[in-house]
Design a protein around this ligand. Structure first.
Ligand SMILES: NC(=O)C1=CN([C@@H]2O[C@H](COP(=O)(O)OP(=O)(O)OC[C@H]3O[C@@H](n4cnc5c(N)ncnc54)[C@H](O)[C@@H]3O)[C@@H](O)[C@H]2O)C=CC1
Ligand SMILES: O=C(O)/C=C/C=C(\O)C(=O)O
Length: 480
């Protein structure tokens, strides 16, 4: 049985309470590790360590901070295979996905922000003969980074790397459901020579460790990715304390397929945007709207594609769909499948839990599921399911599909499939969505602003936006 520890003040330490929580492998349903059940006492120690480390870290030349981040990135690349296997075991995702997407992206996050900070310039405002204003961007101080279970190391490092690059010290908490790679990261930070206290990783539940991070008065900003309800709760605690907040929350993303698209490409990418990571990505396109004249050909090709998505042991190379992250999450997704039936949906594919044999007999597997015939305003088409369940709906006009696409409380990402450039721009601008992809999906350039509107969040991550979030601008005005 593995035993993970907290990473506080440069050391791997047990939780103050001495208590541990079980970490379950979703593919088997078996406990494979114990994780610290940390609480406010551990968070207080982490903040103390961060406070001690902050003066030296913020004064370190940007290039030197960058060198350390690039070193961590290199160590992640060196350990790619081990990290990918750990991620797959902890999360249930196919190991091939962890190897090609999750872990390389975690390495890129550190390499990108290690160098991006060196290109982060501040503004001057010159009034001829009157005054010169210049802006200095100071690190916010100690910041809290709280991440979810769906892309564990990918999203954990997406927050930590810019915070460190900006000169902040960090108290971070990975999801208690997928803590493994965050623990391995602490070992790599020690090996890289990151000064003690600069990054502290506290494991435990949201209610104990997470809440303590949000409530600690020494922590000046919170960067959070997770469920919209949790984000709302965090904002309720942090906003009255005047903490800076970056919230990346849920999505119910529309995928708009126009008749003039490249159908083969649209189908292939829609299969990915529907079912990658078992549909557990906030960017997945769970509502597919297809122009009526190509509805049938799209549907037939899409359903043929679904039959190729082998569900199986995440460790096996042939597996395209692994396990859902937990039994509770599987139950939640199954309850939406039941709801889809009640709301009058016609099941086109999947819809059932899968019971594998052998090693994975106790795992949380679900068939990729497709419905049609559901009203755009029904609960299944309005609420975030966060699993391998999508709906197909035919539309007649651009106006109609836009009103359906914009009809949810979310506004994270949207995809448009068309060869008409004018339409692509027009529809993109009319979508209430932080991110719009045209003829692609999850094409990422780490310099771009990342985040949503409406209940999908507050603020933006990525590139300069992240560096701005982790710094406070100070204006200095000199009379000329
Ligand atoms: N936007 C996204 O990408 C994600 C959305 N979700 C959605 O949220 C639903 C619930 O999933 P959960 O695992 O419960 O996600 P969650 O939002 O509860 O968990 C995300 C992180 O927040 C922490 N947390 C929970 N309560 C907290 C609190 N009071 N203070 C501080 N930190 C806290 C958790 O420990 C975890 O590290 C999912 O079914 C899915 O619909 C879940 C994960 C990611
Ligand atoms: O930054 C990305 O490329 C993806 C981010 C995905 C999420 O925030 C999510 O699924 O929660």
């Amino acid at each position: 049985m593995l035993h993970f520890q907290n990473y506080i003040n440069g050391h791997l330490v047990p939780p103050h309470s001495g208590k541990y929580l079980p970490d379950i492998e979703p593919a088997t349903g078996q406990v494979f590790a114990q994780i610290p059940a940390s609480d406010a006492a551990d968070v207080a120690l982490a903040v103390q360590a961060a406070e001690a480390a902050l003066p030296a870290w913020r004064m370190l030349p940007t290039e030197e901070r960058g060198r350390l981040l690039v070193r961590i990135s290199e160590l992640i690349e060196r350990d790619l295979e081990r990290l990918a296997e750990a991620e797959s075991q902890d999360n249930g995702k196919p190991v091939g996905l962890a190897r090609t997407v999750d872990i390389p992206r975690a390495a890129s996050n550190f390499a990108f922000f290690g160098t991006a900070a060196q290109h982060f310039a501040s503004e001057t405002h010159f009034q001829q003969g009157v005054a010169l204003n210049y802006t200095v961007r100071h690190p916010v101080g100690i910041v809290g980074c709280i991440s979810p279970w769906n892309l564990p190391l990918y999203l954990f490092t997406w927050k930590i790397a810019p915070a460190l690059a900006a000169g902040c010290c960090v108290v971070a908490k990975p999801s208690e459901i997928t803590p493994y790679t965050a623990f391995l990261l602490s070992e790599l930070c020690i090996e890289a020579g990151l000064p003690p206290g600069v990054l502290n990783i506290v494991h435990g539940t949201g209610l104990a460790a997470g809440q303590a991070i949000v409530e600690h008065p020494g922590i000046k900003a919170i960067s959070f990715t997770g469920g919209t309800k949790t984000g709302q709760h965090i904002a309720g605690t942090a906003a009255p304390m005047f903490k800076k907040l970056s919230l990346e929350l849920g999505g119910k993303n529309p995928n708009l397929v126009f008749a003039d698209c490249d159908l083969t490409e649209a189908v292939a990418t829609s299969l990915r945007s529907s079912f990658s990571n078992q549909g557990q990505i906030c960017l997945c396109g769970s509502r597919i709207f297809i122009e009526r004249s190509i509805y049938e050909p799209f549907k037939q090709a899409f359903l043929a594609g679904v039959t190729t998505l082998t569900v199986g042991d995440p460790q096996e190379a042939a597996t395209k769909q692994g396990a859902l992250v937990s039994e509770a999450h599987l139950e939640k997704v199954l309850s939406y499948i039941e709801l889809a039936h009640q709301e009058g949906g016609k099941l086109l594919a999947g819809g059932q839990r899968i019971y594998l044999s052998g090693r994975c007999a106790g795992g949380y597997f679900l068939q990729p599921t497709v419905f049609e015939g559901l009203a755009p305003d029904c609960r299944v088409n309005q609420e975030e399911i966060f699993g391998p369940v999508v709906t197909l709906t035919a539309f007649d006009t651009e106006e109609q599909v836009l009103s359906w696409a914009n009809s949810t409380e979310y506004g994270l990402a949207a995809t448009i499939w068309t060869r008409d450039l004018n339409r692509a721009h027009r529809v993109a601008h009319a979508l209430h969505s932080g991110i719009v992809w045209v003829n692609t999906w999850l094409h990422r350039d780490l310099r771009t602003p990342f985040g949503g509107v409406k209940n999908s969040g507050v603020g933006r991550e990525g590139g300069l936006e992240a560096l701005r979030f982790f710094t406070e601008p100070q204006n200095v005005c000199i009379k000329l």
